[in-house]
Design a protein around this ligand. Sequence first.
Ligand SMILES: [Zn+2]
Length: 445
Amino acid sequence: MTNKGGIVVSVPPRSSTTRSGFSATSSGSAASSDGATGGPCRFCGAELRHTFVDLGMSPLCESYVEASRVNAMEAFYPLRVYVCEQCFLVQLQEYVTPEDIFTEYAYFSSYSDSWLAHCRDYVDMITERLQLSADSLAVELASNDGYLLQWFVQKGIPVLGIEPALNVAEVAEGKGVPTLTEFFGAELASKLVGEGTAADLIIGNNVLAQVPDLNSFVAGIATLLGPEGVVTIEFPHLQQLVEQNQFDTIYHEHFSYFSLVSAERIFAAHGLRIFDVDELWTHGGSLRIYACHTANERLGESAALAAVRARELEAGYADITTYSVFEARARETKRKLLEYLIAAKRAGKTVVGYGAPGKGNTLLNYCGIRTDFLDFTVDRNPYKQGRYLPGTHIPIHSPDRIAEVEPDVILILPWNFKDEIIEQLAYARSWGAEFVVPIPEVTIY
Ligand SMILES: [Zn+2]
């Protein structure tokens, strides 16, 4: 069994059927029901034998297609997710390197009002809690366009952004956020420490999932963090993903999906101790974990941390059989969404999308929804307007197009912002449009 603090590097071969019903081959080498394995676990190295969900073949969900490329070939990769039976890290193989994905990244964090408000609240809270001042240093890993660090800059607190995507890093620099355009890991952390950098606060929002070399990344955090420093990391909570049926939040850019139980193991293996957690509404339900050096005894474990951990253990997130039920629900959601859309099209209705988020691309590719169902989608991000969704090649327009076309049905793809979007589109009620949200189940508003 897994040793709680350490990294497990070898797994004894199993010769009999496991509890979840996946059988191992007679040779003892690991295999799931169709003989495929997921390679070694990104954290502990155990062979991945249990499929969490197989969403078929899909293109990279952020690779929006330019008009001139719409008739060109497009790369599709398996979107098959495994769960490690040793450390319970849910994960995808790395089919593409982060260099392919993140050097020109289409996701500008600053295009959602509620997300920006969330970040501003965080900066106020953490500045107060850690008593940050002009003598402190806040470092953000994957600092994007400076959407968050800008609020520290306004308070006069020194910051450093680390962001590999050149195009978004340039926007950050324009906001007065000093930004290193590099990938973060153990090597960069050592280099920064060698130059005299020590962080009082390290922030990682929605980046942990996107790190192929998880051990190097977390080791780098431990290196860069000052002795009394605190790291806060936000990630979508696996328990929410499962319970809210959020299979569309799985995409190639997200290599790992964390429970608190799996995150604690990974941090502990690198000398970091999680001491508190906030449960957040963002991205369909996230955790914000607070960690410090294991040697730092000033920060005691919070009641919230004990409660989330107990809830996960109660729900079975440290038991491999818990993970085997997810795929059937994804398939059922696909059938229900297609039933709804087929009925709408048979009734002669005009159906369009709202939003062009990564999650929409997983959903549409998995369900096989193209312009046969959705005439177009719209997005506030000008980078995406005029391009086409990857794989499905649904055109992306400006949100103004909705008022021009007056569609009967608006399918909201970024369902995590559904309230905000339905409010923004309230005018569509005047011609009787209905709003449909696909997740956790097909619901008409
Ligand atoms: Zn593992």
